[in-house]
Design a protein around this ligand. Structure first.
Ligand code: CP
Length: 298
């Protein structure tokens, strides 16, 4: 099966991924890093946009499940000679990989590719569209820390308009019964969406998830001076002090320390940012297991 959007998953599949992510987190922590679920399978990855966390964690997840992983160096590929995405996808598919993990700047690109390929396609982020495995690892991290998602107040703050993370994570949080609050500068909110002020969103929240300003997707400069964004819209220690007792800080990364988040807060005991990264490998192991199940049982 393909994983294009978080809402492609049935309740049963979502539950299975979250349960399996816990299992793989524990296995990784115990140093058990050789499993044979994907033994003999080929995973091909192509990242048409930069990545550290997603690319490496898919690579490690696939290797830990026994797969052979090949990553197309996009900047050295025939894409630079003008080969279309469709022709690139058909070329890769003709080499018979089992799984194709892709990131692309165009929303909808993984869905188009999935229609062309026999391989199971996993969306590793499509422009301002979806980032389903980030959404899954975010809710897996919250569930691991609090033991539940239902009933928690989660503030997602920052550049909501350009964030595929906000799209996928919010969908899953809504579905699992969290109360989601969105806040950010008016220019960075989705069209037609009311903005909870950052102070209102953070006050009493159990989880404060900060998002990076995606300046690469902004048409106009925000006109903010150094330090201004943090004090007006970012997560300062003072602002975080109004969150619920036991509240935690999250960020999908990469972070702009001192812009959307106070650097010391990001490194503090309240931060789940490193756990998010660790959970990223575990969650992607669960996803690779799920998407290849039919293929393995055929
Ligand atoms: N969160 C996330 O997608 O990070 P990368 O861009 O480093 O993969």
């Amino acid at each position: 099966m393909d994983l294009i959007s978080a809402d492609n998953l049935s309740d049963e599949q979502l539950d299975r991924i979250l349960g399996q992510a816990e299992h793989w987190l524990e296995a990784n922590r115990e140093g058990h890093k050789r499993h044979d679920l994907l033994d003999g399978r080929n995973v091909v990855m192509a990242f048409f946009e930069p990545s550290t966390r997603t690319m490496l964690s898919f690579d490690l997840a696939a290797q830990r499940l026994g797969a052979m992983v090949t990553t197309l160096p996009v900047g050295m590929s025939s894409v630079t000679k003008g080969e279309s995405l469709a022709d690139t996808a058909l070329t890769i598919d003709a080499m018979r990989p089992d799984i194709f993990v892709m990131r692309h700047s165009e929303p909808g690109a993984p869905e188009q590719v999935a229609e062309l390929m026999d391989a199971d396609v996993v969306n590793a982020g499509d422009g301002t569209g979806q980032h389903p495995t980030q959404g899954l690892l975010d809710v897996a991290t919250i569930r691991h820390h609090f033991g539940r998602v239902e009933g928690l107040k989660v503030a997602i703050c920052g550049d909501i308009r350009h964030s595929r993370v906000a799209n996928s994570t919010r969908q899953l949080l809504d579905r699992l019964g969290a109360e989601v609050r969105l806040a950010g500068p008016a220019a960075l909110m989705p069209e037609g969406h009311d903005c909870d002020g950052i102070d209102e969103a953070v006050r009493g929240a159990d989880v404060v998830m900060m998002l990076r300003i995606q300046r690469e997707r902004l048409e106009a400069d925000l006109g903010d001076k150094p330090g201004e964004y943090l004090s007006r819209y970012g997560l300062t220690a003072e602002r975080f002090g109004t969150a619920a007792s036991g509240a935690v800080v999250m960020h999908p990364g990469p972070m702009n320390r001192g812009v959307e988040i106070d650097g010391e807060l990001a490194d503090s005991e309240h931060s789940l940012i490193t756990l998010q990264v660790e959970m990223g490998v575990a969650t992607r192991m669960a996803v690779l297991d799920l998407v290849t199940e039919n293929r393995r049982n055929a």
